[in-house]
Design a protein around this ligand. Sequence first.
Ligand code: CA
Length: 225
Amino acid sequence: MRILLIEDHPALAEAVTDALRRAGFAVDHASSAAKAREMAALAPYALILMDLGLPDGDGLKLLPGLRANGRVPVIVLTARDQLSDRLAGLDGGADDYIVKPVEMPELVARCRAVLRRPGERGDTILCVGSLALDTVSRTAMVDDVPMHLGRREVGVLEQLMRAAGRVAPRRALEEAIYTFDDEVGPNALEAAVSRLRRALASAGCTLPIVTVRGVGWMLAKEKRP
Ligand code: CA
């Protein structure tokens, strides 16, 4: 899952980005409304975390445009703690409202809570055979035993499970696991898929990840006969 953080305070942006990455999310950071509009048009986000006081405008005015491509949940993050501002945030279509200063564990928990709300994105627990993935806590399990996977491997697995039995195109995998700031080598995705294959095999998962040359990868729904 990829999250867009819109925040113009550099230290806070760094702290939030770190906390969310440690929780297994891919995070893009926009420091202005203009940058946020650009990024939102280019990448698929599962959640938008937005400061209201931006150098080039009020965050709330961004909301309708950011959602033009579908219903993305939005959490407003702001120092304005007056009730009237909170109500304007919630009435303006925000899904939650966090007043700064905020402790990072609380912020991450509030993000997870919003991501777990039933919506158009469907179930937050994906299951294929003996394999299960909680897309919000970013935990994968084989036969109910949790696996230890890196952030990118979980991202690859999520896309493969969502497309199980069909090919997940390379581009969809890249968009889901890399942020605009990531330095991505030519074989980075192949390497992540290899690590995932090894991890699944050593956890006893027999579902193969099939390479479809030039297109992408497919998680087979059943093991090879
Ligand atoms: Ca601000």
